[in-house]
Design a protein around this ligand. Structure first.
Ligand code: EPS
Length: 388
């Protein structure tokens, strides 16, 4: 299973073509739209989210609500394109638009602006920033939501919550799984600790006034993944490698941990590995889950636990030093409308990315061209491992 996506932040739309889905998968676009709406939320977002109401349109690969097995094409319109048509028109070379035809030549530190403009020989960094923009995560959420629909048929579910923003950490609230995620879902910053939420909101307000931005850490949990997704036999098939690679490709992510992550390096082996148990009802299981559900590149039947660190957004209303690429003179970096903090949105995008990677590993394990075939393969395998 694979996909390609395309689209500029202020262009007409974002699109993706997914190839390799089984046929007869029921797709509920309302579920996809629900995740798109979740991604648009979060305290600290800028003006753009007041303009957009992301909705997916399915252009191919679906008939009467079920996949056909042919490529599935998804489209999300950029409502803001109406305001940017003259700047972003794909055809009209005379279009000057609201920037009066002015090029953006003062790259922002931390953004793709400079390296992208040099690499592609662009004189206008807008030609880079439009695609580097985190707007692209909207279509990744739509794609991941399709993967999510597939794996949810096998009881695999994905959750996320924010554990830290701007150095303010959520306390471990000792909540049940359900409570944790219902609290995160109703929090303005996807944080289950109300005290931390309040302090985070204050910090976002303060930082906004100072023209700065904030990063943070979010955690993704995947329940119901059967033992044996991913592979130990070759480096590029390891589930942890794939999840980490895919999540690192999310805009502004600078680190990904699985389970104990970096902390595992600070303890002894006996304090890090998870002891193995067995009982009739559960079969094999582990006493603890420090591995975050992955051993040797394979899912081990426990919950997958992944944390991602997001750096602060590079667009600063009080900009840092840059160089004007036309004059080569020192100049403050350009300022584009942006968010102050997008960690809650990244957390929802991270869920979708993880869902896609798990769905892909699931397809590799269970094969099949129709959902009926996938289900038969899944049940057969689950029967085999439960008798071991
Ligand atoms: C982004 C800048 C802002 C964000 C955008 C990502 O967009 P704009 O320049 O239009 O205000 O709002 O995120 C989205 C549009 C989105 O859908 O998440 C950037 O430079 O990365």
């Amino acid at each position: 299973m694979r996909y390609l996506s395309a689209g500029e932040s202020h262009g007409p739309c974002l699109v993706a073509v997914i190839e390799g889905l089984p046929s007869n998968l029921e797709l509920n676009t309302e579920n996809i739209n629900r995740h798109l709406a979740r991604r648009q939320q979060g305290y600290g977002r800028g003006g753009r989210m007041k303009i957009e109401t992301d909705k997916v349109e399915v252009l191919s690969g679906l008939r009467f609500g079920k996949t056909l097995g042919s490529p599935l094409t998804l489209l999300i319109k950029n409502r803001d394109y109406d305001n940017w048509q003259e700047v972003m028109d794909p055809y009209n070379p005379a279009a000057k638009g609201k920037e009066g035809g002015a090029k953006l030549t003062r790259p922002r530190p931390g953004h793709a602006d400079l390296a992208g403009a040099l690499k592609y020989n662009h004189q206008d960094t807008r030609n880079v920033l439009e695609r580097a923009s985190a707007r692209e995560t909207a279509i990744r959420v739509a794609v991941g939501s399709v993967g999510r629909e597939l794996i949810s048929c096998f009881n695999i579910n994905i959750y996320s919550h924010v554990v830290e923003i701007g150095g303010i950490k959520a306390r471990d609230m000792n909540l049940s799984f359900q409570e944790l995620f219902s609290k995160a879902e109703s929090s303005q910053v996807r944080c289950a600790d109300p005290e931390a939420e309040e302090r985070i909101i204050e910090e976002i307000n303060r930082v906004k006034e100072e023209g700065d931005s904030l990063g943070g850490v979010f955690e993704i949990l995947v329940t119901g993944a059967p033992t044996g997704l991913g592979n130990h036999v070759h480096w590029d098939r390891k589930l942890d490698g794939r999840l980490a690679g895919a999540l690192m490709s999310l805009q502004a992510i600078k680190g990904v941990e699985v389970g104990f992550g970096f902390d595992a390096a600070r303890f002894r082996g006996s304090q890090v590995q998870d002891e193995i148990c067995y009982n009739e009802e559960r079969g094999y299981y582990h006493k603890t889950n420090r591995a975050g559900g992955i051993e040797g590149g394979l899912s081990n039947g426990e919950k997958l636990v992944i944390r991602c660190a997001m750096k602060p957004i590079p667009t600063l209303y009080k900009p840092l030093q840059s160089v004007d690429m036309e004059t080569k003179k020192i100049h403050k970096a350009g300022v584009e409308r942006s968010d102050v903090c997008a960690v809650p949105a990244a957390s929802v995008a991270g869920e979708a990315i993880a869902a896609w990677e798990v769905a892909q590993a699931f397809r590799e394990k269970f094969g099949g061209d129709s959902m009926e075939e996938v289900k038969a393969n899944y049940e057969n395998y689950m029967g085999i491992i439960s008798n071991r």
